[in-house]
Design a binder for this molecule. Sequence first.
Ligand code: ATP
Ligand code: MG
Length: 363
Amino acid sequence: MSVLSSLRSTLSPDIGIDLGTANTVIYDREAGIIASEPSVVAFQHSDRSVVAVGNAAKVLDGRAPGRIDVVRPLKGGTISDFVGAHTLITTMIDRALATRPRIAPRIIACVPGCATDIECKAIEEAVRAAGPRTTIFVPQAVAAAIGAGLDVTSTRGRMVIDIGGGTTEIAVLALSGIVAMHSIKIGGDTFDAAVGAKLRNDERFSVGVLTAERLKIERGYAGRPPGREPYSVSGIDMNLMRPGRRAIDERLVGEAMHDAIDAIVRAAWSILEATPPDLAADLMETGITLTGGGALIPGLAGEISVRTNVPTTVADEPLLAVARGAGEILASPSLLEHMRPHADRLTRWYQSLRIGMTESFSR
Ligand SMILES: Nc1ncnc2c1ncn2[C@@H]1O[C@H](COP(=O)(O)OP(=O)(O)OP(=O)(O)O)[C@@H](O)[C@H]1O
Ligand SMILES: [Mg+2]
């Protein structure tokens, strides 16, 4: 790296942001992950003033009903609470850059869909307020693949499945472009809801969302049960209508997750069908890479391998892949150049999600 470019990257950091349904992650190519917190904002019920953002907000969930509203502004892959999303972005960028020079950082962001054009514009502006020099939005699957270390510039096809909190995005990439892509509104939240519902139905036991998520993380699996001890959780015994504890067998959790896992596998099949035969054949060697929090579900990679006949592996640090990939695109002039010819395609894809892809290169 030349002295000039190293000075530039010190003074003007390259920042990748993954504005996820469950977690917001910010990556600086020099410093690595500089912020990672749940995408949660807590507001005072009376006047909508902000009480907490990120970790501090997530722990308030369900603890002060009526007085404090705890919102996840991004739900099911779209921006459901626009003020909350705006607060989340600006607070997280401020936190990430608090101790760093912030002369015109270059920012690349992966954001979910939004309901109206006005909301899209405002989210863009919230990101741009912090990074006016370059702000570019890329599809999460592209960033996930690059963050997982896949060579998306090669002629050989690469396939990524990013299983987040709200959505699962599946893409086949080659020559820096998207060959086939599909997004379904199934992710970690779907698993949590299914685990909670099965506990209520089968065990007559009601748990909060955070407990259902914990149970999924501790005892969830795909395919064969790994054979772990039951996991004890607190909740409400619905027969006695009083608080209690219950030891939950991992098979109950696995069965609850079955249908959502099936939907992810079927979505992967549909992408494989839409991939030209030569590229699909490449995938037999290059395989499928899993990213996002859902990649950590024990047995999932094996299950996808068996059912698609394509070898499947889990990326290193799958929760961080999208933010890392976003930052890497920005920091690599060749990758950025490579992506330009595909800008139209990306724009069309974003338009289908009602997000305008914007570029303001001022190099
Ligand atoms: N070890 C684990 N096992 C199973 N699920 C996990 C594990 N760790 C995290 N998760 C789940 O992963 C999800 C969060 O993943 P991630 O941070 O990739 O989502 P996101 O990027 O915020 O969402 P999206 O991409 O849909 O916008 C949560 O549902 C969380 O419960
Ligand atoms: Mg994500």
